[in-house]
Design a protein around this ligand. Structure first.
Ligand SMILES: *[C@@H]1O[C@H](CO)[C@@H](O)[C@H](O)[C@H]1NC(C)=O
Ligand SMILES: *[C@@H]1O[C@H](CO)[C@@H](O)[C@H](O)[C@H]1NC(C)=O
Ligand SMILES: *[C@@H]1O[C@H](CO)[C@@H](O)[C@H](O)[C@H]1NC(C)=O
Ligand SMILES: *[C@@H]1O[C@H](CO)[C@@H](O)[C@H](O)[C@H]1NC(C)=O
Length: 426
């Protein structure tokens, strides 16, 4: 059956709409493959200086052992890139796809084989997550982990790796991407239509199951009545349903029962907390699929857990601030959540944009000015965040390839040393 739906349908959208699936499984995966090949060729041509007495070169070796790659359900392209990049750099990869994206991952794996990838360079290993993690990190040949998932799981694996450090032949490389609590900051000089449409798209596309999805909006009291009116008006037009039956659908189900239950708890919190009031949505229904209505919440308290913790679902929380206090709000945004993935500033005032860039320097690995917090394109906005969001290795850029190679510098001398003494001693 299709993840996210109970009935078995002929399509495997992983809860995406047709256009989202095409952007992901075809367009983005192709971008990853083509740009990584380009970066690898450029890296190869990045060579040290040679002088008349010696020729120097750099060989970009694969790591000595295997890389374990744990891919998430939400992007078929991530799975393909995850297996493809290290293989391109000469590594052997153990690829554990998400349980809820097995078929699409297997299709990518088979395409790679069909395209001529030698068998066993990538080993496709559908497995239980924790068992896989424990097994691979205890092998002496373990030399890298590429992980996408939750902070607690990544921390657990990191600890396990340190426990096993004495066994390994080489210091393993650990790369992790662990989500975010992304913000849209709106200044009183902002253009309201771009705030409204940017926020709706960012918070609710793919049912909020993107690590870059906007989940906290900070709006000035002067603009809030306007923003609120338009936000609710446009919210009313969001078509929720089964994208396989109706191609006009914008919004589908979330991936599985676990995800549904987790988000449902947040909806309950929004209904019962005196800090919060629900402005739109708030219902959910799992009779035919794991459907959660796109939900907009207003919080009177900027430190309510709903403003701090990742939800990974279609829940947007708004905090309305006194327009004059925007500097304090920038500080507040920086210090509210442990994450540092994406964020956006909406302002026409150039000075405010400068201030925001400075104050929010460490709050986001992908920072947007007058644009929504989602939609990073390979080779245009290399993606990743620091703090609890991960190791910020920026897949989709040359930086990333460097993580999966162990360069060897070779010097070939043409003038052999004829004496052990320094010249001044002769
Ligand atoms: C690591 O994961 C990222 C996505 O999070 C992917 O783009 C990349 O190719 C993966 N690399 C390896 C070595 O598995
Ligand atoms: C948002 O986009 C819609 C088209 O989808 C447009 O009709 C509407 O005017 C935009 N909203 C605002 C507030 O401009
Ligand atoms: C995909 O989902 C995982 C959770 O399973 C999350 O940690 C990750 O950040 C998401 N990646 C993107 C690019 O949305
Ligand atoms: C309201 O927000 C405060 C944080 O300022 C938090 O301590 C409190 O627990 C929240 N109330 C509920 C019911 O979650």
């Amino acid at each position: 059956a299709q993840p996210g739906m109970h009935s078995s349908l002929p399509f495997f959208f992983q809860g995406k709409t047709v256009i989202q699936a095409e952007i992901d499984a075809a367009a983005e995966l192709i971008d990853f493959f083509r740009f990584n090949a380009k970066y690898a060729v450029e890296l190869e041509s990045s060579q040290p200086l040679s002088v008349p007495s010696s020729t120097n070169s750099m060989v970009y070796r694969g790591l000595e052992g295997f890389v374990a790659a744990v891919s998430p359900f939400n992007f078929t392209a991530i799975g393909g890139n995850l297996a493809g990049t290290p293989a391109l750099m000469g590594n052997v990869v153990l690829w554990k796809p998400s349980d809820t994206a097995l078929l699409s991952s297997f299709a990518v794996y088979r395409i790679l084989l069909e395209a001529g990838l030698p068998p066993n360079v990538i080993q496709f290993v559908p497995a239980d997550g924790p068992v896989f993690g424990d097994t691979v990190t205890s092998s002496e040949y373990f030399c890298g982990l590429n992980f996408t998932g939750s902070v607690p799981t990544f921390k657990r694996l990191w600890k396990q790796v340190s426990e096993n450090l004495d066994r390994y032949r080489t210091f393993p490389r650990l790369a992790g991407e662990c989500g975010g609590k992304n913000f849209h900051f709106v200044h009183s000089s902002a253009d309201v239509p771009s705030v409204v449409n940017g926020t709706l798209r960012s918070a609710f596309e793919y049912s909020g199951q993107k690590c870059s999805a906007c989940s906290r909006l900070y709006a000035p009291d002067s603009l809030w009545p306007q923003i609120k009116e338009k936000l609710l008006e446009e919210h009313g037009k969001i078509k929720v349903g089964d994208p396989a039956q109706d191609f006009g659908t914008f919004f589908s189900a979330v991936i599985d029962d676990k995800s549904f239950a987790r988000i449902k708890k947040w909806l309950q919190h929004a209904k019962t907390s005196p800090n919060l009031s629900i402005l739109a949505g708030g219902n959910c229904d799992d009779t035919v699929g794991y459907f959660i209505e796109p939900c907009i919440v207003e919080s009177k308290d900027p430190k309510d857990p709903i403003m701090e913790e990742e939800i990974f679902g279609p829940v947007l929380t708004v905090f309305v601030y006194p327009e004059k206090q925007y500097k304090e709000i920038l500080q507040l945004i920086d210090t509210t959540s442990p994450y540092g993935l994406t964020g956006a500033v909406f302002a026409q005032d150039k000075n405010v944009i400068q201030e925001a860039r400075k104050l929010l320097r460490n709050a986001a690995g992908n920072f947007y000015i007058n644009d929504k917090s989602t939609g990073a394109v390979v080779a245009q906005q290399p993606f990743g965040g620091s703090r609890a969001s991960g190791t910020n290795d920026k897949p989709g850029s040359p930086h990333y390839l460097l993580r999966w190679t162990s360069p060897q510098a070779i010097k070939e001398t043409h003038v052999p040393l004829r004496d052990w003494k320094y010249a001044y001693m002769l």
